[in-house]
Design a binder for this molecule. Structure first.
Ligand SMILES: Nc1ncnc2c1ncn2[C@@H]1O[C@H](COP(=O)(O)OP(=O)(O)OP(=O)(O)O)[C@@H](O)[C@H]1O
Ligand SMILES: Nc1ccn([C@@H]2O[C@H](COP(=O)(O)O)[C@@H](O)[C@H]2O)c(=O)n1
Length: 226
C-alpha cells in the first residue's frame, strides 16, 4: 500500500527542506506543489493576463502543459529553473493561485502524480484537497519573523540583495492571501499534526515526522531511515 505524506504550511516554515529530506531517507518521491503555482503564476503574469480574468486564464492554460519527471518540472516541455524561486514569483503564485481555474488545472495534475506512488507532497492544500486520504498530515508552522529570517539567509547565501523588512512584509502578505482565499485556503486539516519549527533544527523536525510515519505507514524502515 502506498504511503502518502502531506506537509502543509505557510511560506518559509521549512516544508521543502523537510519534505525533500524525508523523501530521500525513505526512498520515495517528493512533490513541491508551490513550484507548480510559481510556474503558472509567473507564466500568466508574463502573458499579461490579469489574476481576475478567469476566461483569459482558461484560454491561456488550454495551451500550457506542466510536467513532473524525476523531481524536475517542465513548462511546455522545457525544464524550469531558478527563475521561479524569486520573491516576485511567490507573490504571482499567491495571486493567481487564488483563481479557481488555476487551482482546478494544477490540482488535477497533482492528484494524478500522487495517485500512483508513495510520496511526500508539500504545499498549502495537500492534506485538505490534493491528498485528503494521506496517512500522515503535517501542518508545519513557524513565526513570521523566523520565516523571514530564514528566507533572508537563504537568498543572501545565493548572493541576492534582499531586505529582511521587505521579506517579512511579503511573507505576511502571502500568509494573508493564502489563508483568506475562498478556494483551498491554507488551513490545518482536522486530522493534521501541527509542528512549530520556530525553535527546532531541520533534523529535529525530520525526526519528529519520521516517528509519525513509522507509526502510520508500513514502509520498510530498516534499510532506509538512519
Ligand atoms: N527548522 C529549520 N531551522 C532553520 N532553518 C530552516 C528550518 N527549516 C527550513 N529552514 C531554512 O529556511 C529556508 C526556507 O525553507 P523552505 O524553503 O524549506 O521553506 P518552505 O516552507 O518550503 O517555504 P516556501 O513555502 O516559501 O517554499 C531554507 O533556507 C531552509 O534551509
Ligand atoms: N499547494 C499549494 C502550493 C502553493 N500555493 C501557492 O503558491 C505560493 C508559492 O508556494 P511556495 O511553497 O513555493 O512558497 C504560495 O504562497 C501559495 O499562494 C498554493 O496556493 N497551493
Amino acid at each position: 500500500m502506498h504511503c502518502k505524506i502531506a506537509i502543509d504550511g505557510p511560506a518559509g516554515s521549512g516544508k521543502t527542506t523537510v519534505a525533500k529530506e524525508i523523501a530521500k531517507r525513505l526512498g520515495i518521491d517528493y512533490l513541491d506543489t508551490g513550484a507548480m503555482y510559481r510556474i503558472v503564476g509567473l507564466y500568466l503574469h508574463n502573458c499579461g493576463v490579469s489574476p481576475d480574468s478567469t476566461e483569459e486564464i482558461e484560454k491561456t492554460l488550454s495551451t500550457v502543459s506542466i510536467e513532473y519527471k524525476d523531481g524536475k518540472y517542465y513548462l511546455n516541455g522545457k525544464q524550469v529553473g531558478d527563475e521561479i524561486r524569486t520573491a516576485e514569483a511567490g507573490i504571482y503564485a499567491s495571486r493567481y493561485g487564488a483563481n479557481p481555474v488555476v487551482r482546478k488545472f494544477l490540482t488535477k495534475i497533482q492528484k494524478e502524480i500522487c495517485a500512483t506512488r508513495s510520496i511526500v507532497a508539500e504545499g498549502r492544500d495537500i492534506g485538505t484537497v490534493v491528498m485528503p486520504d494521506a496517512q500522515v498530515k503535517i501542518f508545519l508552522i513557524a513565526s513570521p519573523e523566523v520565516r523571514a529570517k530564514r528566507r533572508y539567509e537563504e537568498l543572501k547565501s545565493k548572493g541576492l540583495e534582499v531586505s529582511y523588512d521587505e521579506l517579512l512584509k511579503q511573507i505576511i502578505e502571502r500568509d494573508k492571501l493564502d489563508s483568506s482565499r475562498e478556494i483551498a485556503p491554507l488551513v490545518k486539516a482536522e486530522d493534521a499534526i501541527e509542528i512549530d519549527s520556530s525553535n527546532l533544527s531541520v533534523e529535529d523536525v525530520v525526526q519528529k515526522i519520521l516517528e509519525i510515519i513509522k507509526e502510520r505507514c508500513s514502509l520498510n524502515f530498516q534499510k532506509t531511515v538512519r
